[in-house]
Write a protein that binds this ligand. Sequence first.
Ligand code: GDD
Ligand code: MG
Length: 331
Amino acid sequence: MKTIILAGGVGTRLWPLSREYFPKQFIPMDGKSLFQKTCERAEKFSKEDEIWVVTNEIHQYLVRNQMEELGYTVPKEHILAEPEQKNTLPAIAWAMQQIRAEEKSATAVVFPSDHLLGNDASGQIQAAEPLAKNCLVTFGVRPTSPHTGYGYIRPGKALPPGFAVEEFREKPDEKTAAGYVKKGYLWNSGIFLLSVPVFFGELKKYQPRLAAAFGGSTVPEYGELDTISIDYGLLEPSKKVAVVPLDTEWSDLGTFAALYAIKTHDGEGNVGKAEYLAARDNYVDAPGGKRVGLIGVDNLVVVDTADALLVCDNRHTEKVKDLVGRLKKQN
Ligand code: GDD
Ligand code: MG
């Protein structure tokens, strides 16, 4: 099987830790970065020359260095460097175009590079391969909250080892999401199994301009491509989607609230090195080694880097993205 690793996002909601030039997937955590952990996961599915990484031009050297650190010698042409971000559908289509050139009926597993995933997921993903012959295969995770940053999947009739998808809805509002959680929808994990024929067949049906752009063997003019995610572009409209529930640890480390949740808390629920006085459930990250003190405050996120400081309510960490949008306009 082939592997496609998506590593072109900038992780805006983890600002100022994640920056345009050093996004979250490349930040070392416990020795290795999330991107490197994704590479190690890919090894279970693919040989080194069956792995494709789609990133952008600014990060291609980071990708190469981090792969070399792991002792990989991935062929240079397998690191696809996008001149601009067009979201996940063009990124996947580009890698699938390259894969099609090698093997017309290949199946590829697509991994985001910003997740924590239990080791036992690999066997469950592999077992779903037969489904990819007829479907775009997604992997579902049991929701724990009405999170608005995820895709929601309604499983229908059994299609072992999973289900046919009755409805796929990307990033609903909170009220809708709460209803979905009650009704037993699953979160879309962001991992997919795609076969070349089904992927390009559905792309042609629902995103004909992208299908035409990647129809030949040359790389299209990137600036002219539609900007769209696979979730909105294919999974919502397609009638050939399957879901396989994943029974493993899964976390999208997209926000400080998510990072807070997976780290070790002290007796007062605080995470990070600081002096806490009558302060609970706070998250502090001051990589520069500055001394930090918190008094009488709860649920705060404090992230201090050399040139930027963030203070945010732990319940509003989704909004860091809006803040970064504002800051960008001022530049
Ligand atoms: N090459 C490339 N180019 N990669 C990209 C681009 C791009 O333009 N945009 C995003 N990526 C990468 C990110 O680095 C990440 O690894 C992955 O693609 C997913 O993109 P996100 O931007 O993180 O998507 P999301 O978190 O908002 O939503 C997706 O993941 C959720 C689960 O975490 C969707 O698939 C949701 O439905 C899903 O629930
Ligand atoms: Mg994400």
